[in-house]
Design a binder for this molecule. Structure first.
Ligand code: FAD
Length: 470
């Protein structure tokens, strides 16, 4: 009988412990991807990006004389149907750690086991599973630096090679057509525009890693904070769908470190931030469901997602050039530079006193690298409501940040057309992508600030002082 390999955010062939274990059974392997609620509930960009990942994975499987079977429906019923059709006696998958996936997978495991089907889950999505890292007292970490000290010298194991062959079943089960799923349908900002900035699949991920190691890692420490520079790896979109395993990147980072590459230590530390986000999400699921610190529940955040200043933020017309450049970058590319993410998040939650969840939702809709743990951690860190948070009173000043991290204005010029006699292609692309009802034009005057920076800061600090006092 065959083994079903239930693929979710592990759309790769190399360093895939569940796949390796399925092959080791000696049974035929049927790789399956199920479009359940977890897919239908994704933001437009992530769903679209998933489609690119599935195309690449199907090709990779094809090269091994295997096939990707696509099915839609609730996971438990869909797997049951596939078991009935194929006679499979086992289902293998890679573990996920967000509350919704844990609930689903626990139910699926119980149901399969009750039917006498072997249900086995494997690591692979993070370097160190959340329960494998603990403080001296045996509890979870809440602060990054000690977490980093605890994991830095640990070895997550040697990455596994991709298999050369996957034993096919006697007959393949029916598969949906990927095109019929229309995963890009909600990308009304123009899928081709965003697609041009993606590097999908295992091959895309490997190419990104190679380029980073050869061209960028030496300057990573110095350059990673400058949004105009191509100093970072760009691997987040690949990690989101598991087109590369974190262990493969970790191993490459350590090789570079041992060879003396200047930025390697910083790079490994950033990769550990991703693991830390998963560590927090697993141990404190409130990270993704609410304010991690309950005292923030009563903070007077503004909660109207349609408020004029929120629309200005979303549409990249706050009149604060660095903020607008970043919001436009995300709209066009599906990504945003990390420094810029912190600045726009601070501006929304502090200068505009708006609830971080409104920002998080907008990011979830527009990022092709959307990740449940990193996104929630990022927002709560900046808003001050999370574990290991930046203190609320530390308000990023976007103008000062611009002077420091975009000193020659290159990033702003790349994304803001207004006021430029010959705007670059990138800046103009934004106007091709936005809906007409936003009424934006590159020929219009650049907008006035929606809030005076000093006033916005003072208002945020006053709200914070009142909240603490009360
Ligand atoms: P590199 O600098 O090359 O780093 C390598 C890898 O390390 C990244 O691919 C990523 O997996 C990890 N990493 C780096 N920085 C962080 C970080 N601060 N937190 C967690 N992991 C990190 N990242 C996402 O992948 N998805 C998100 O939805 C997301 N939302 C964010 C929201 C906010 C408000 C903030 C402040 C940050 C968010 N981040 C998110 C983290 C970070 O901005 C991105 O991971 C990073 O910009 C990706 O670019 P890169 O792959 O070139 O990173």
């Amino acid at each position: 009988p065959p083994v079903l390999l239930w693929l979710r955010r592990d759309l790769r062939l190399a360093d895939h412990p569940a796949l390796r274990a399925a092959i080791a059974t000696g049974q035929p392997v049927i790789p399956v991807f199920i479009r359940d609620d977890s897919v239908d509930g994704l933001g437009a960009a992530a769903r679209f990006r998933l489609g690119l990942a599935l195309v690449a994975l199907a090709e990779g499987l094809g090269a091994l004389q295997s096939r990707l079977t696509l099915r839609a429906g609730p996971a438990e019923e869909t797997l049951a149907a596939l078991i009935a059709e194929t006679g499979a006696n086992a289902v293998y998958w890679t573990r996920l750690y967000d509350p919704a996936s844990i609930a689903r997978d626990t139910a699926v495991k119980a149901a399969l086991t009750a039917r006498g089907v072997r249900a086995e889950s494997f690591p692979g999505h993070v370097l160190f599973e959340p329960w494998r890292v603990a403080t001296g007292q045996g509890g979870p970490y809440r602060v990054f630096t000690p977490f980093w000290k605890a994991v830095r010298a640990r070895h997550p194991g040697v990455p596994l090679d991709a298999p050369r062959r996957l034993a096919p079943p006697q007959a393949w089960p029916r598969s949906d057509e990927l095109a019929a799923w229309r995963l890009g349908a909600a990308m009304n900002r123009g899928a081709p525009i965003v697609a041009a900035h993606q590097c999908p699949g295992e091959a895309g991920a490997a190419a990104r890693l190679e380029r980073f190691l050869h061209e960028r890692i030496a300057d990573y420490g110095a350059g990673r904070d400058y949004p105009a520079q191509a100093a970072t790896s760009g691997l987040s979109e690949n990690l989101a769908w598991g087109e590369i395993g974190p262990r493969q990147i970790w191993a490459a980072g350590w090789r570079a470190l041992n060879e003396g590459a200047a930025g390697a230590e910083d790079f490994l530390r950033e990769l550990a931030w991703r693991d830390f986000a998963y560590h927090l999400m697993f141990h404190f699921p409130a990270l993704v469901t609410g304010n991690w610190r309950a005292e923030w529940d009563s903070f007077p955040w503004r909660g109207d997602p349609e408020a004029p200043e929120v629309l200005a933020w979303q549409q990249g017309r706050t009149g604060e050039p660095l903020v607008d450049a970043a919001m436009r970058e995300m709209y066009v590319t599906g990504k945003m530079h990390n420094r810029a993410r912190m600045i726009v998040a601070s501006y929304l939650t502090k200068h505009l006193l708006t609830h971080w969840r409104i920002g998080l939702d907008w990011f979830a809709e527009h990022l092709t690298d959307w990740d449940p743990a990193s996104n929630a951690m990022g927002w709560q860190w900046v808003a001050g409501s999370g574990p290991d948070a930046a203190p609320y009173f530390r308000v990023f000043n976007p103008a000062t940040q611009a002077k420091k991290f975009d000193p020659d204005g290159a990033y702003r010029a790349r994304w803001i057309a207004e006021g430029q006699a010959h705007p670059p292609e990138t800046a103009l692309r934004y106007f091709d992508a936005v809906p007409r009802r936003w009424r934006l034009s590159p020929a219009a005057a650049y907008p006035d600030p929606v809030v005076d920076l000093a006033e916005g800061r003072a208002r945020a600090l006053a709200a914070y002082a009142a909240h603490r006092g009360g």
